[in-house]
Design a binder for this molecule. Structure first.
Ligand code: AMP
Ligand code: ZN
Length: 442
């Protein structure tokens, strides 16, 4: 079977050829650990878990190395730890533990290595010193900056015009920068901020910039050049562009990774997820109402490069579809995890999970239950979702319909009574000119 992957760098779908089939290497940017991960963060975790499973199937479990880092040094972490009055290490450890539990509930395998940034400061300093020695970076006012004009083909991944890049990078235009695009590799730490002995030429303690972390950790665990680098589409610029600049200039290599893969963004009920809009969901929030398998299935119904609109209606559909697909003795009792050839073919086409799910339906309709059960398990579905939800959606829908009738009859007392009955069940109604929608209050 042939695997084709879309590469953001060359903007084409290409046959995947690993540098070394005995050692297929993938790096995915992981979480910054200061708070519960939200459902948008779950998207790359689930998508690259499917790719990891596919690669393990194709090349053998012992021949795939998946690295997903943990960013445990960051200004947001410092701020949150100060706010909560806890030591930084306590905050990052607790958040990381929660993240691991959440993604395990989503059926994701742990990567082979989960390196922490704070345990790779030495590697970062080595890279920074190499970049300074080769004049791709310079020291200025206790900072080390990467000099963007020193790299002739900077910007190949995002291919944006220079003025857009300057605006998009939102980098501080500090007086000590030689060029407005130059970005921080190392910066000084004030008292009370985490700090390490700085690279040569700087006396005071400092800490790394974000981009250098991934160049250092991927180098340490996967080498100077590796096969696949993944993350959300928001990371293309500046994060991945800058990772490429650092790694290629440090090692004098033509590429950092051979395939750059980016998942599209997740919205909630048609809007950008944000705390102020009240549509912000952590994985933990959703796991209180939905089995993890349903969240996974809902994510995989969209192709990873497309945007995804996360809705209660979609979750309801995913729940009932997955319930019927797994309503088989072959799923409950089987243990094999093998992709059926039709499923494999769909996944081989740039991880076409909606097509793979359509093929699961075909297997179901043909009565090929053993192949169906085995494929579901290979895709990371380990058990039949139970209705753990505190809310019975059928009952909610029927109460909404009764309330609508009451409103049509101008029976406002009855309409309010039903709204209250639903509120007592934890359901919030939203009336609009297009009808009534509901959600579970948190
Ligand atoms: P962060 O912790 O913000 O650095 O994000 C961790 C990962 O989640 C990155 O790969 C992001 O691209 C990805 N991500 C963040 N928000 C979303 C979203 N709304 N939809 C899809 N992916 C996201
Ligand atoms: Zn990264």
């Amino acid at each position: 079977m042939e695997l084709k992957l879309y590469d953001t760098l060359t903007k084409e779908k290409r046959v995947f050829t690993p540098l070394d089939p005995a050692r297929v290497r993938m790096y995915v940017c992981g979480p910054t650990v200061y708070d519960f991960a939200h459902i948008g963060n779950a998207r790359p975790v689930i998508v690259f878990d499917v790719l990891y499973r596919l690669l393990r199937h194709l090349y053998g479990e012992a021949h795939v190395k998946y690295v997903r880092n943990i960013t445990d040094v960051d200004d947001k972490i410092n701020a949150r730890a100060a706010e909560r009055g806890v030591p930084i290490r306590e905050l990052t450890e607790e958040t990381y533990k929660n993240f691991k539990e959440d993604v395990a509930a989503l059926g994701c395998l742990p990567p082979d290595v989960e390196p922490r940034a704070t345990e790779h400061i030495e590697e970062m300093k080595i890279l920074i010193e190499k970049l300074v020695a080769s004049k791709h970076a310079y020291v200025a006012e206790e900072h080390v900056l990467f000099n963007v004009p020193s790299m002739k083909d900077y910007g190949q991944l995002s291919r944006r015009p220079l003025d857009e890049m300057i605006a998009g990078a939102r980098v501080e235009v500090a007086p000590y920068k030689r060029d407005p695009m130059d970005f921080v590799l190392w910066k000084p730490s004030k008292d009370g901020e985490p700090g390490w002995p700085s690279p040569s030429g700087i006396k005071s303690a400092g800490r790394p910039g974000w981009h250098i972390e991934c160049s250092a950790m991927s180098w340490k665990h996967l080498g100077e050049t590796f096969d696949i680098h993944g993350g959300g589409v928001d990371l293309v610029f500046p994060h991945h562009e800058n990772e490429i600049a650092q790694s290629r200039c440090a090692f004098h290599t033509p590429v950092m990774a051979n395939y750059w893969m980016h998942n599209g963004f997740l919205q909630v009920e048609g809007e950008k997820m944000s705390k102020s809009l009240g549509n912000f969901f952590t994985i933990r929030d959703l796991l209180a109402d939905w089995p993890g398998e349903v969240l996974r299935f809902n994510m995989l119904r969209s192709h990873y490069r497309q945007p995804i609109d996360w809705t209660i209606k979609g979750l309801e559909e995913s729940f009932s579809t997955l319930r019927s697909l797994t309503d088989l003795p072959e799923f409950e009792t089987g243990a094999e995890r093998i992709f059926a050839p039709v499923v494999l073919e769909a996944l081989g086409d740039d991880l076409n999970t909606p097509k793979a799910i359509a093929e699961l339906h075909v297997l179901y309709n043909k009565g090929e239950y053993a192949a169906l059960g085995s494929s579901l398990r290979a895709l990371g579905f380990n058990k039949r979702p139970e209705s753990k939800r505190s809310v019975d959606s059928k009952k909610v829908e029927s109460l909404i319909a009764t309330r609508l009738d009451a409103r049509k009859a101008k029976n406002w007392a009855e309409s309010d009574r039903i709204r209250e009955e639903l509120a007592a069940m934890g359901v919030v109604l939203k009336d609009s000119k297009d009808g009534t929608t509901w959600e579970i209050a948190r």
